[in-house]
Write a protein that binds this ligand. Structure first.
Ligand SMILES: O=C(O)COP(=O)(O)O
Ligand SMILES: [Mg+2]
Length: 223
């Protein structure tokens, strides 16, 4: 493994380390059914991911005409309750995730998760998948407070801090990740295999990878 000039690697979760769209899609569909809406097809669920659970449900409801605040809140609560019980049924690490995390750990590099999921869900899923102990920090969309989730830089700064204050590179699949990394002034790699909301080459990342097997060479080239 090449020497990497980073003390910490920050990882987005959904669409970067973990394939989560089937469980998230099932939670959205559970809520939609309660509201009398049509389910989101499995292959469309991934298009709604990136901004956290609330934005995901909002997008799905808006596509079918929307709902007044009160009714939406009820469905959102039902979605969270369902997801809290069913968040690691189909969710899996992407190919090569474990080996890359092992290689980074063995090189003495700290790893942090910076996700727009609730911290508790992220922690729960990573624990179920036996990955939680790899990370010096698991920072969720609710960890830093209101208005301080990605695309704001705050959770990235927090990852730098909890990684010991050295240089950090970020890896993420959506424009929220790229914006957060840019705002924090850290280099960023785009995960093309995830739930990208931009065409190939247009994420604005320093590099894009098609598989986690390409991550370490891509990080080495950033140095
Ligand atoms: O759940 C989401 O919509 C976003 O989660 P992520 O920040 O880990 O991609
Ligand atoms: Mg993501």
């Amino acid at each position: 493994m090449p020497d990497l000039p980073f003390a910490t690697i920050g990882f987005d979760l959904d669409g970067t380390l973990l394939e989560t769209h089937r469980d998230l899609g099932a939670a959205v569909n559970h809520a939609l059914a309660l509201g009398g809406f049509e389910p989101v097809p499995a292959d469309h669920a991934s298009d709604l991911i990136g901004g956290g659970a609330k934005i995901m449900l909002q997008r799905a409801v808006d596509e079918q005409g929307g709902l007044p605040e009160e009714g939406f809140r009820k469905l959102y609560k039902a979605m969270l309750a369902y997801y809290s019980e069913n968040n690691a049924v189909h969710t899996r690490p992407y190919p090569h995730a474990r080996e890359v995390l092992d290689q980074l750990r063995d090189s003495g590099i700290a790893m942090a998760v910076v996700t727009n999921k609730f911290e508790s869900f992220a922690r729960q899923i990573l624990t179920t998948l036996d990955l939680a102990d790899r990370f010096v920090a698991i920072i969720g969309g609710d960890t830093m407070g209101k208005g301080k989730a990605k695309p704001a830089p705050d959770p990235v700064f927090e990852a730098v801090k909890r990684g010991g204050g050295g240089s950090l590179a970020f890896v993420g699949d959506s424009s929220y990740d790229v914006m957060a990394a840019r705002a924090a002034g850290v280099p960023v790699i785009g995960a093309r295999y995830g739930y990208c909301d931009k065409p190939r080459g247009e994420l604005g990342a320093d590099a894009e990878i098609d598989s986690l097997a390409e991550l370490i060479p891509a990080l080495a080239r950033l140095g």
